[in-house]
Design a protein around this ligand. Structure first.
Ligand code: DHE
Length: 515
């Protein structure tokens, strides 16, 4: 049927498509799924801002052959190679103007799958609700909810295209929030194992954060240049915050995080050398005028008013692409991707207090903190070098560089294990994981769970007894290791699993994982 449709469309397309008229080809072949404006519909938005991770050569291959296990059909039989190339050139061409994606568009995009008031109060699955894992399977855009005691999937559901970044939980671990690169936020109930609501926060989104009081979700966008606050219960939008600096220059947002002890969201900006801190504390004296929208009718008076989320700007002398925090959220450690050094910013005094030797930051959320010989240290793999850096968090000096078999994406540990695990994501040794003893800072074992296949992203069970790793391939798996004996315990087949997020470790802000 899919093939017949492709042939029919090809016949219809034959006239306008005879020449390499890319817009005409787009209208006939792509618009129905990807939107006439290229902003996405059933399929993802086709803009250079969203396609950064897909090389044009691979895009041509996808247009020709389709994408397995998705609705994307192959067009090799109806389009010539030069027509496909023209289409790919078109989708990598920026739009003349950045489209409007304000409060109205966001509100209209919202889909309610289940009324939050109609959902059960207790878990319906018999598993420990705090030892569940949300596993993102990027191969066919699904999420699996995994029982972290029995290592059995409890549910599997299709997601928006290309989820990216950590899954975020409500403070009690009951709900999980997922963000996609093209701006969709999905709320899922881990009691009923059901979708609650979805909303499109932006056209190209970076990540989301959930306030520690559970009331607000904040989305960080690359396009448009906004931060968007949502009511975490319903995903109704509350406020769009335009990200502009002095002189009106606007900026993409690098990422937003919740700083629980500070009761604020912290965002770093890509195009303005500033950090923004936005308090989400209930306003003691609500600003009476100008409630944002009718959405807030019936909510607590004054919580979501125009005065909410006031922005405190911390000015820097360099841009910040990526950053981490210490466990107390007093210091932010960040860098511009091309900078020679990282910088440490004291959030309380609001200025840089140290430089650190981290040339070009590692991937966000890559590092961990732990005690080493009485000192608190930060350890992270490098995206551009075959090493893990261990940095003293008082002096901010590198105390050790541990040589690895290649650049890595993620390092993980747990309070109940003496070991830290790091992947080697790139190069000929992408199939190995190093296990490092946190007491000696030495590699004690190198594991190769599936020779030749990328092994990455470790996450522990809530008690730290088991480490789960991803075989990052379409015929991949989650491999469960005993974290003490370092022996394999179980292999669960999955379709290109990327991140996996344990409810307990996330909501208790374990120092061995990202938050
Ligand atoms: Fe990520 C987290 C940025 C490429 C997989 N990545 C994040 C976060 C940011 C980020 C800002 C933190 C969001 C959060 O958790 O709230 N990622 C970037 C980049 O700038 C970079 C280098 C280029 C880009 O494409 O944007 C990048 N990331 C990748 C990948 O190529 C990965 C390996 C595959 C993919 O899905 O795109 C990838 N990123 C991840 C994962 C996390 C993540 C699995 C969550 C890790 C965690 O444990 O919290």
């Amino acid at each position: 049927m899919k093939r017949l449709a492709v042939i029919l469309i090809g016949v219809l397309a034959a006239l306008p498509a005879a020449a390499n008229d890319a817009p005409a080809l787009y209208d006939v072949h792509c618009a129905a799924c990807h939107g006439g404006d290229r902003l996405g519909a059933i399929g993802p938005a086709l803009l250079p801002e969203n396609l950064g991770r897909l090389k044009p050569a691979r895009a041509r291959q996808v247009v020709a052959q389709g994408r397995p296990a998705s609705q994307m059909a192959g067009f090799a039989e109806v389009l010539t190679a030069s027509q496909i190339a023209a289409l790919v050139d078109l989708i990598y061409t920026p739009l003349p103007a950045i489209p409007d994606w304000g409060l109205d568009q966001i509100a209209e995009s919202r889909i309610v799958h289940h009324d939050p008031d109609g959902l059960p109060d207790t878990p319906q699955h018999g598993a420990d609700p705090l030892n569940l894992f949300t596993v993102v399977e990027t191969g066919d855009h699904h999420v699996t909810i995994l029982d972290g005691d029995r290592f059995q999937p409890l549910a599997r559901f299709p997601t928006r295209f290309a989820l990216h970044g950590g899954a975020k939980y409500s403070p009690d671990g009951r709900f999980v929030y997922l963000g996609s690169r093209d701006g969709w936020i999905t709320k899922y109930d881990l009691h009923a194992l059901k979708l609650v609501a979805e909303v499109r926060a932006g056209i190209n989104m970076r990540n989301i954060a959930v306030a520690a009081d559970g009331r607000t979700v904040m989305a960080a966008n690359m396009l448009p240049h906004t931060l968007v606050a949502f009511d975490a219960r319903t995903l109704e939008p509350i406020k769009v915050i335009e990200v502009t600096g002095k002189g009106g220059k606007s900026s993409r947002v690098s990422a937003v995080y919740t700083a629980a002890p500070r009761k604020s969201f912290i965002a770093a900006l890509k195009d303005i050398p500033e950090i923004w801190e936005m308090s989400y504390e209930k306003d003691p004296e609500p600003v009476a005028q100008g409630f944002i929208h009718d959405y807030r009718a019936g909510k607590e008076e004054g919580y979501f008013d125009r005065g909410a989320f006031p922005v405190r700007r911390i000015r820097l002398d360099d841009y910040l692409d990526d950053f981490f925090f210490d466990q107390a959220y007093t210091n932010l450690v960040g860098a511009a991707r091309n900078a020679k050094n990282g910088q440490v910013v004291d959030l309380t005094v609001g200025r840089k207090v140290a430089d650190i030797a981290l040339a070009g930051m590692p991937h966000l959320g890559s590092g961990i903190t732990f005690e080493y010989q009485g000192a608190k240290v930060l350890a992270t793999p490098h995206l551009k070098g075959a090493a893990v850096s261990v940095i003293d968090m008082t002096s901010w000096k590198t105390i050790k560089r541990i040589d690895t078999l290649g650049p890595g994406f993620f390092m993980r540990s747990h309070e109940n294990t003496p070991f830290a695990w790091t992947d080697v994501f790139f190069g000929p040794h992408k199939d190995v994981l190093h296990v490092i003893d946190k007491r000696t800072l030495k590699i004690v074992k190198t594991l190769r769970p599936a020779p030749g296949k990328t092994a990455a992203h470790v996450e522990f069970t809530r008690d730290g007894r088991y480490a789960l790793i991803s075989i990052w391939e379409n015929d991949g798996a989650i491999v469960v290791y005993d974290a003490a004996t370092l022996e394999e315990v179980k292999r669960i087949p999955m379709n290109k699993p990327s991140g996996k997020y344990n409810v307990f470790n996330k909501i208790t802000l374990s120092s061995g994982t990202s938050h």
